[in-house]
Ligand binder design. Structure first.
Ligand SMILES: Nc1ncnc2c1ncn2[C@@H]1O[C@H](COP(=O)(O)OP(=O)(O)OP(=O)(O)O)[C@@H](O)[C@H]1O
Ligand SMILES: [Mg+2]
Length: 415
């Protein structure tokens, strides 16, 4: 069945395809960033050029499949199917299988140097822990499954909402990023650990604090836990907090080059991960110094591979805390001569229905330009619900507005 497609000079064709092939075609085309119609066009061209028939494919249960092809392609394909004595559905299934076989899933892109992302702001309750968890989850999602992502090229579009909180940003289905991720709970409060359904480490055993103080008993790797959800496929890990972190400053008092203590503790683990995210406590001081040092640009590392991600709220009182934080970071940069990159600002708890206070505040964060806003996350109930049931947000509500925005953030800071 055909009808003209006025959009792009192609004609619409409707046939049938087994659902397995349809699904694989959709994912593979997204992995290569090409249109399904172009993939089908290419696969039919290849099939028509074959010297002999292929073995038949099981097409039982094939479902309706529509796409757009250049004029003549479909008619020629039908004629070829007839000549070769195969049904149209069989010919199409063979073509799709051929394309899938000759275009295997691309390997996940892994950074040359493990990325270190330090999520910080000394102001409490802005959403550091929520953003650390959500960005880490988004980075670890299955690369062979498509997930909805908010295409966030222009956050300015958020200021054009329709008065009911709806924003005109497009959604796109994209493959998961498939990164091996370590979430580090660097806050003695242990919120990240508890939110993800784990217990803080017992006092007196091995812990990050002990390793930072040079008192590690075994391998730090041995206290790491896996966040067990299918969509993360064993790629998302957590280094739980321990209450002994309240004593970090005291414990580090006699340690040489204290600012490098976090790096010394985590460096042995880096080979196992593509990305390490550090959830900082709401304080400045030694822990922030150690975290900033850990996030600095290393020799050989490209700018923006690692750095600090600052979480703020879309309200004015965040601005003072931001100034304090950035001045500490500037001091660190000059005192220790560090190359420390800003990965950007995440505006959290954004709710356009709050009117001018929210929109003008978002505008002022966007006006900063350097660092720029790399994510805007709405204030939504799913985040609190996920915390309540102690599950990762992206597993609890994978299609909710917040998950969609967190995936956009993960892609924005992965460029
Ligand atoms: N976008 C959001 N929408 C709704 N609730 C949110 C959102 N972000 C965070 N929250 C909730 O707000 C509270 C504070 O968030 P979170 O613990 O992430 O902040 P924090 O900056 O890590 O706090 P602290 O400074 O204590 O470490 C939590 O209950 C969290 O579930
Ligand atoms: Mg926190």
């Amino acid at each position: 069945m055909t009808s003209p497609d006025t959009r792009n000079d192609r004609e619409k064709v409707v046939s049938k395809l087994p659902s397995r092939l349809r699904q694989e075609l959709k994912v593979r085309a997204a992995q290569f960033g090409i249109d399904i119609q172009d993939a089908v066009d290419a696969e039919i061209t290849t099939w028509r050029g074959l010297g002999s028939n292929l073995s038949p494919i099981d097409t039982a249960g094939a479902e309706s499949f529509a796409t757009f092809l250049p004029p003549e392609q479909w008619a020629g394909f039908r004629a070829d199917c007839k000549d070769r004595g195969v049904s149209l559905i069989q010919g199409l299934a063979q073509s799709v299988q051929l394309w899938l076989d000759s275009n295997p899933s691309p390997a996940v892109r892994r950074p040359a140097i493990t990325r270190r992302i330090v999520v910080c702001n000394q102001k409490g309750g802005v959403g550091k822990t929520a953003i650390t968890a959500g960005a880490g989850e988004a980075l670890a999602e299955d690369p062979s499954v498509l997930v909805p992502v908010r295409v966030s090229k222009h956050f300015a579009a958020l200021l054009e909402e329709d008065g009911e909180g709806n924003v005109p940003l497009a959604l796109e289905d994209l493959p998961g990023l498939g990164q091996r991720v370590l979430l580090v709970d660097f806050d003695p409060q242990g919120h990240l650990t508890k939110q993800l359904g784990h217990e803080p480490l017992p006092m007196g055993g091995d812990s990050l604090t002990n390793h930072m103080a040079g008192d590690g008993k075994g391998e730090l790797r041995d206290v790491i836990v896996t966040i067990d959800e299918d969509r993360f496929g064993g790629r998302l890990h957590l280094l739980p907090a321990c209450t002994d972190a309240f004593l970090l400053d005291v414990r580090l008092a006699s340690v040489r080059a204290r600012e490098a203590a976090l790096e010394r503790a985590l460096a042995p683990l880096e080979g196992d991960y593509d990305v390490v995210l550090v959830d900082c406590p709401p304080s400045l001081g030694l822990s922030m110094d150690a975290a900033s040092y850990y996030g600095r640009r290393r020799p050989e590392e490209v700018a923006g591979n690692s750095g600090v991600l600052i979480v703020v709220q879309a309200e004015d009182s965040s601005a003072d805390a931001y100034d304090l934080l950035t001045s500490q970071i500037e001091d660190m940069r000059s005192d220790l001569a560090l190359d420390l990159d800003y990965l950007g600002i995440v505006v959290n708890h954004y709710d356009a229905r709050r009117g001018y206070i929210a929109t003008s505040s978002l505008q002022s964060w966007m006006d900063i330009k350097d660092p720029r806003v790399v994510g805007v996350i709405g204030d939504l109930k799913e985040q609190k619900e996920a915390v309540r049931v102690k599950r990762p947000l992206l597993a609890y509500a994978p299609r909710c507005e917040q998950s969609v925005a967190l995936r956009a953030l993960a892609r924005e800071i992965s460029k």
